[in-house]
Write a protein that binds this ligand. Structure first.
Ligand code: SF4
Length: 481
């Protein structure tokens, strides 16, 4: 991790208050370093989606600005922070296990600071229960309190208070320090929250209503990233297609934002996620077709191929609407790849409903599908419906869906054999002698012989082999950039 930046605009009072606490924490950490000969270290556990990963980049940015160093191993940390996710039950269960496992260490190392934050902690009952169950946890706060992390940490670390902040007020924070991953690719949040209330999803309850950042703040952040050497930006939001709708009169829709960012000199690639099919407009398809920096990939969660299940999921489209969108995208943006999310075993899902999903997967030909068994989230409508599907049926359906998608992935990947692709190199992986890896514009991962000196470069790579989730290739002699 590196590249500590502070971008965007902050309401002056908030920024001033945040900086005061960062300074106080810095002084506290400097005094410790002077007396002990080492700096305090912080370790972050991150669960869940890219939004959470990006929140962790912000938390780490604030920790570095507060005078901590990043620990690469939890065992060497003076502060351990769990950035939680409440979207899947599995991630939630892991949090309880991992926090509970630190009880003994906290007894042996009383100065160790433990914090739990993120969207699981934005659920009042869940955060209150965790706070009570683990009395050795020093700091608990939800997503809405993230901009105030320095003040909360000061109270826990320096004043020795046990701190709980489950505030409900939503904001559009600007000006927070961010420590992004080293590399060519950066995440930029363009909006917070979601208004859709899909009947299985907890996100609107914990992330709040849609709040879009001002386009000028996003533009400034993207230009700053390009100056720092990033060449690919992924715009993040729970439903980016709704960008700007909450800023009535502002005049900037999501397609217009894409066009604005497409003009940034030095930016090579622009990605975005996630898109809701009901909000995918013709204007967005045109912007994707006309903006040369916008990548030829869209993540478009379909969730089910059954109209009845889609209706009960509150998704506001049918399987045939989705197929039409796919048709339009492929006609307008040649070479575009489409990935998706699918839930199996939603309450009341019959064998016929599930077979409709299999048919849709067969017909559309997704480049990738993130498939999940429905897991009830307390507080959402579907969790209390009586017609829950037994686990063995969910497992069996998931296995059938995954087998079909694996076959479709190989078929999809085979079409690339013999082609030359432009790849933005992201890193190195020692496995199978295929050292370097990166993605094509269409989000295909390619592995090919290469070393760390290639990271961040745009290369031409000839595809030699297709696997289910990636391609193998050989770099051509000349690089693109
Ligand atoms: S669009 Fe639906 S699934 Fe996505 S975050 Fe919003 S409520 Fe959840």
């Amino acid at each position: 991790m590196e590249h500590l930046t502070t971008e965007g605009r902050a309401p002056a009072a908030d920024a001033k208050r945040r900086q005061e606490f960062l300074d106080l924490l810095c002084a506290w950490n400097d005094a410790f370093a002077a007396s002990s000969g080492r700096r305090r270290k912080a370790f972050l556990h991150t669960y869940g989606c890219q939004m959470n990963e990006h929140d962790s980049e912000t938390l780490l940015g604030m920790l570095l600005a507060a005078g901590f160093e990043e620990a690469t191993d939890q065992n060497e940390a003076d502060l351990i922070l769990f950035n939680t996710c409440c979207v899947r039950e599995h991630a939630q269960t892991r949090v309880y296990g991992n926090v509970g496992a630190l009880a003994k260490r906290k007894l042996e190392q009383p100065g160790l600071l433990l914090g739990v934050c993120g969207c699981m902690m934005q659920q009042k009952e869940v955060s209150a229960a965790l706070y009570k169950r683990f009395p050795f946890v020093d700091l608990v706060f939800g997503t809405h309190a993230l901009p105030d992390f320095p003040a909360l940490l000061y109270r826990a670390a320096v004043l020795g208070e046990r701190v709980f902040d489950g505030r409900g007020e939503e904001s559009v924070p600007e000006g927070l320090p961010i420590c992004r991953k080293k590399g060519a690719s950066a995440f930029v949040t363009i909006m917070y929250g979601c208004n859709n209330f899909c009947s299985y999803c907890i996100v609107p309850y914990v992330r709040g209503r849609e709040r879009s950042r001002a386009p000028e703040d996003i533009l400034k952040e993207v230009k700053g990233l390009v100056k720092e050497g990033y060449t690919e930006v992924t715009l993040l939001g729970q439903n980016v297609n709704s960008y700007g709708k909450d800023r009535a009169g502002n005049g900037c829709t999501f397609p217009e934002l894409l066009r604005l960012l497409n003009s940034v000199e030095g930016l090579e690639r622009l990605r975005f996620m996630t898109s809701h099919p009901k909000d995918l407009s013709d204007g967005l398809i045109s912007a994707m077709a006309e903006c040369e920096r916008v990548c030829k990939h869209i993540h478009l969660p379909v969730q089910s191929g059954s109209d009845e299940i889609l209706r009960r999921m509150n998704r506001h489209y049918t399987a045939s609407d989705y197929a039409q969108l796919v048709k339009k995208l492929r006609a307008s943006v040649p070479g575009i790849e489409i990935s998706t999310d699918i839930i199996v075993g939603f309450p009341g899902e019959t064998e016929e409903d599930f077979e409709a999903t299999l048919r849709l997967v067969e017909d559309v030909g997704f480049c990738a599908a993130y498939t999940f068994m429905y897991s009830p989230r307390i507080g959402t409508p579907a969790a209390s419906w009586p017609n829950q599907i037994p686990d063995d049926v969910k497992h069996e359906r998931l296995a059938r869906l995954n087998a079909l998608q694996a076959k479709k992935c190989v078929e999809n990947n085979e079409k690339y054999i013999g082609t030359v692709q432009e790849v933005l190199v992201e890193g190195c992986d020692e496995r199978e002698g295929q050292n370097a890896f990166g993605k094509t514009s269409a989000f295909k991962m390619i592995y090919f012989p290469g070393d760390e000196s290639l990271i961040g470069k745009m290369l031409k790579v000839k595809v030699t082999k297709a696997r289910s989730n990636s391609l193998l290739g050989e770099a051509c002699t000349e690089s693109v950039k």
